[in-house]
Design a protein around this ligand. Structure first.
Ligand SMILES: *Cc1c(COP(=O)(O)O)cnc(C)c1O
Length: 400
């Protein structure tokens, strides 16, 4: 871990212009042991599970850490949840100096609270930060601080499969100027929201519109980073697809019409070759246009570890909507699903393309295919502590 952390920070440091680099060496690193905790005087009661709406209710506390070029990271503070006060000229409002993460903490079957693969989110957050000249930080220190934040509000982590605490780390540039330049001030904050299952009554398979009239990400762009700037432009195409009866966009890229992602999730397809009988689970390769999903990585790892290699191939390769349409016509399309932290997996039942609907098979009378269902339960078993996976769960609090 140490090695890895240094590798990131030295690579990031090399990417910065020399005038920034020379100052960076004397900056105070992020230090979780210095945290100052101010507890709320009005702790809230947990809402009943059936009243949780995704991202609407926040917990009682938040974490904030200021950063200054030259000085580095200031004392981390955990304090009552409250509005931020920012100058209207602040660069986050004008030029999009913003990035975020999304991860979850779960109440496990043995009454602990555990975060799922937070190291992956920290690694990705540092990559996003470096890309828009915001400061990077020591991953383990922030994981530690998020753990302390969750401990303060541990009574608000809901219990039950599908229920969890959604954690939203955010980093913004806070320099007050209308000049477009490298921010010399930043604010890292973390807020948390108790959430229920994405689909209240089990899975609900979605209809997608294969979208080639708008592009989510492109080579040399920033589609592989979790920058706020990537999300607002995707809402209009989603509304346009909704007018035609589709819930999400299946984002295509280029003249080949490669399948990239769905909405704000990675996407997987399963095929079976009629001649050889061999099955294949496939997702787009990480070529800089694909967000490096933690769920995507987990699905790939679990599929490679648990599926019979005589029966299944697991591939990261380019594949197009034309391949999907052709193979569906031949009866070779088995399943399709999106993957992401919020819904974990999200089954797909239909894809609108060129005025027709490609239909994706589902289990009889159900809302998903067998592999989708299997992967969802493998992941949930690890998240809720019913099963173990090396280094995937990080305990942050004990409840008993
Ligand atoms: C966050 C996100 C994902 C999923 O990433 P996870 O780490 O699995 O939550 C996929 N695609 C996009 C565009 C995203 O923003």
């Amino acid at each position: 871990m140490m090695l890895h952390r240094q590798a990131i920070s030295s690579r990031m440091t090399r990417m910065l212009p020399s005038f920034v680099r020379s100052m960076a060496t004397t900056e105070t690193p992020l230090d979780a042991s210095k945290v100052k905790i101010i507890k709320t005087n009005t702790p809230s009661k947990a809402q009943p599970n059936d009243q949780l709406v995704f991202g609407k209710t926040m917990t009682d506390h938040m974490l904030t850490i200021e950063w200054n070029r030259g000085k580095g990271w200031a004392t981390p503070e955990i304090k009552p949840y409250a509005p931020l006060s920012l100058d209207p000229s602040c660069c986050v409002f004008h030029y999009g100096f913003e990035l975020f993460e999304g991860l979850k903490a779960y109440r496990t079957s043995d009454d602990k609270i555990s975060m799922f693969r937070p190291d992956m989110n920290m690694k990705r957050m540092n990559k996003s930060a470096a890309r828009i000249c915001l400061p990077t930080f020591e991953s383990e220190e922030l994981i530690h601080l998020i753990g302390k934040l969750i401990q303060e509000d541990k009574h608000l982590v809901p219990e039950g499969t599908g229920y969890s605490l959604y954690v939203r780390p955010t980093l913004i540039g806070t320099t007050n100027t209308l000049g477009v330049s490298v921010p010399d001030k930043a604010l890292l904050f973390v807020i948390c929201s108790p959430v229920g299952p994405y689909y209240k009554t089990g899975f609900k398979a979605v209809r997608l519109e294969a979208t080639d009239y708008a592009t989510r990400a492109w080579p040399g762009g920033v589609g592989d980073k979790k920058l706020g700037a990537n999300y607002a432009p995707c809402i209009l195409p989603q509304l346009q697809a909704a007018e035609r009866g589709y819930q999400q966009n299946l984002w295509l890229f280029g003249p080949e019409k490669y399948i990239t992602e769905v909405g704000t999730m990675n996407v997987f397809f399963a095929f079976q070759n009629k001649e050889t009988g061999k099955k294949e689970l496939v997702t787009a390769p990480l070529d800089g246009t694909i967000l490096e999903g933690v769920t995507r990585d987990s699905v790939l790892a679990l599929a490679r570890e648990n599926l019979d290699p005589n029966e299944w191939e697991v591939n990261e390769r380019y594949f197009s909507i034309n391949e999907v349409a052709d193979r569906a016509a031949k009866g070779e399309l088995l399943e399709a699903f999106g993957s992401g932290t919020a819904a974990v997996v999200s089954p797909i039942k239909e894809i609108g393309w060129k005025g027709k609907d490609i239909s994706v098979p589902l289990l009889p009378g159900e809302q998903s295919g067998p592999l989708t269902k299997q992967l969802a339960s493998w992941i949930a078993d690890i998240q809720y502590g019913r099963n173990k996976h090396d280094n995937w769960s990080q305990i942050v609090a004990e409840l008993k």
